[in-house]
Design a protein around this ligand. Sequence first.
Ligand code: HEC
Ligand code: HEC
Ligand code: HEC
Ligand code: HEC
Ligand code: HEC
Length: 208
Amino acid sequence: MRLVFVATVVVFCTVAFGGWAFVDSSYQSQVGWVQDQPVPFSHKHHVGDDGIDCRYCHTSVETSAHAGLPPTHTCMSCHSQLWTGAEVLAPVRQSLASGKPLVWHRVAQLPDYVYFNHSIHVDRGVACIECHGRVDTMPLMRRAEPFQMRFCLDCHRDPAPRLGPPDQVTRMQPLGWSEAQKRAYGERVMKAHRIDPKQLDNCGICHR
Ligand code: HEC
Ligand code: HEC
Ligand code: HEC
Ligand code: HEC
Ligand code: HEC
């Protein structure tokens, strides 16, 4: 009897803990995952080395729910002059010629039952880096954050220290503020916009 009891407890704990570890693991949350892309587009080169602003390519990030991915002619605004014969850019030239858009494989995506909106976050000064990490160091895009519910709620319950000046949202280097400065600035933004953390974890905000 005792043996059976001990075995049951062990099996139960393994399953329960294993399930928890699975939910927490990078396999489930896809943190750090890289996707194969039709063209090996590098944010490290375009953002880090060449200093192109996010909004040049993700044009609707300030105005709509979706940031948007650049159409082929955005690439060609430079690559009709630069690297014109490069083999890696052949799919871009084909796409322009055929009119068929490049199909990028997504790395940052939520399930359909979650509502998200870029423009409100950007407007309140939540920087890209808070959710997408240092994309200026990524030769290939990878997921920086888990995008599980807890990730969203951690900020929604205490956003103050993570709000910055809206005109700095696409900045990749830290602002260099102390924790106290960040919180003081954030508290002011919260007051000005009447942001109430008690409302921000209502289920209906994200599950409409
Ligand atoms: C504002 C100008 C500009 C735009 C727009 C642009 N590129 Fe580039 N791209 C460059 C420059 C400059 C380089 C040279 C990179 C370097 O060495 O820093 C480059 C290099 C590349 C390379 C060579 C590999 C590498 O990264 O070194 C690829 C592939 C590439 N770009 C793809 C794209 C795609 C796809 C788009 C559209 C989504 C795009 N580029 C849009 C300026 C641009
Ligand atoms: C020259 C154009 C260009 C610039 C500038 C640019 N991006 Fe991108 N971005 C792309 C392209 C093309 C993709 C799709 C391919 C990929 O995932 O790398 C992409 C993909 C992404 C993705 C992944 C979306 C998904 O779900 O797969 C994120 C996040 C992102 N960019 C953030 C940024 C941020 C933040 C900046 C500014 C710091 C920025 N990008 C600047 C062209 C650009
Ligand atoms: C509060 C977190 C957060 C911030 C801040 C944020 N993003 Fe996103 N981003 C997301 C989430 C979540 C998704 C996935 C959305 C979906 O699947 O509906 C996403 C998706 C994207 C995509 C994929 C294409 C699309 O239209 O959804 C791009 C590109 C992107 N973000 C760029 C940016 C840029 C550029 C900034 C800064 C100006 C930024 N993001 C700020 C959370 C954020
Ligand atoms: C770093 C902080 C931060 C993170 C991370 C964050 N948010 Fe927010 N979110 C905010 C702030 C600040 C607001 C603005 C509240 C306001 O002005 O009332 C907001 C507002 C929203 C709104 C309300 C938009 C509207 O139309 O009223 C939605 C929906 C939302 N967030 C979804 C998400 C989801 C989903 C995630 C996770 C993928 C997420 N947020 C992650 C800070 C954050
Ligand atoms: C700030 C945004 C946000 C709020 C508020 C929020 N959720 Fe979620 N929820 C998410 C995200 C993002 C996911 C997707 C998780 C994933 O893909 O792993 C999710 C997933 C879920 C799921 C699917 C099961 C799971 O955990 O994967 C359930 C059920 C759920 N939420 C219920 C709730 C309830 C109940 C509330 C209110 C108490 C709530 N959510 C409030 C963002 C939110």
